[in-house]
Design a protein around this ligand. Structure first.
Ligand SMILES: CC(C)(COP(=O)(O)OP(=O)(O)OC[C@H]1O[C@@H](n2cnc3c(N)ncnc32)[C@H](O)[C@@H]1OP(=O)(O)O)[C@@H](O)C(=O)NCCC(=O)NCCS
Length: 141
């Protein structure tokens, strides 16, 4: 019926909701640069890790990163803060999917937080031969 989601769409929606991944990290001196803010490469490393976790939790299959979109650094992440990374599946293709990773920064000693960075990663599900396989099984297990 028009306006109603198909069973497939409902299953995908549920997987997207269930695979949303939240990770907190404390920003300690080993990850910072000479400005005493988090080194960009260190943030990108954990963003890719959260994208990987999110995609894996969506597919429950082996996953590799094939591409990353533009990553915006909107706000510095000072040493001694907390960051929350949130991974969300935003596109489901045949063998690939896109995960947006938002990074929020908050003080350890004050309420409130700001979005510091955002970026989108494309990941592909692969089999034992390292070839792409569907990210979503059409037939329910
Ligand atoms: C991922 C990999 C197996 C894909 O192989 P491939 O021969 O390009 O496969 P295909 O052309 O069939 O593409 C597979 C999917 O990836 C997508 N894709 C491939 N290259 C892409 C790129 N550069 N950007 C975005 N999507 C891409 C395709 O659109 C396709 O998606 P779809 O099935 O949802 O339509 C291969 O590129 C690879 O092994 N890359 C190295 C991965 C890696 O080592 N990552 C770092 C460590 S995790």
């Amino acid at each position: 019926m028009e306006g109603q989601l198909t069973n497939r769409e409902l299953r995908i929606q549920k997987k997207i909701k269930d695979s949303e991944t939240h990770v907190f990290k404390a920003v300690f001196p080993g990850q910072t640069n000479h400005h005493n803010t988090m080194f960009g490469g260190a943030v990108m490393y954990i963003m890719d890790e959260i994208a990987f976790m999110t995609a894996t939790r969506f597919c429950r299959k082996p996953i590799v990163t094939v591409s990353s979109d533009k990553i915006d650094f909107n706000h510095p992440i000072p040493a001694g803060t907390l960051v929350e990374l949130i991974g969300t599946v935003v596109r489901v293709g045949r063998t690939s999917l896109d995960v947006r990773v938002d990074v929020f920064v908050e003080s350890m000693y004050r309420e409130g937080r700001e979005k510091a960075m955002t970026g989108t990663f494309t990941l592909v599900a692969i089999n034992e031969s390292k070839r792409p396989v569907p990210v979503f099984d059409e037939v329910e297990e």
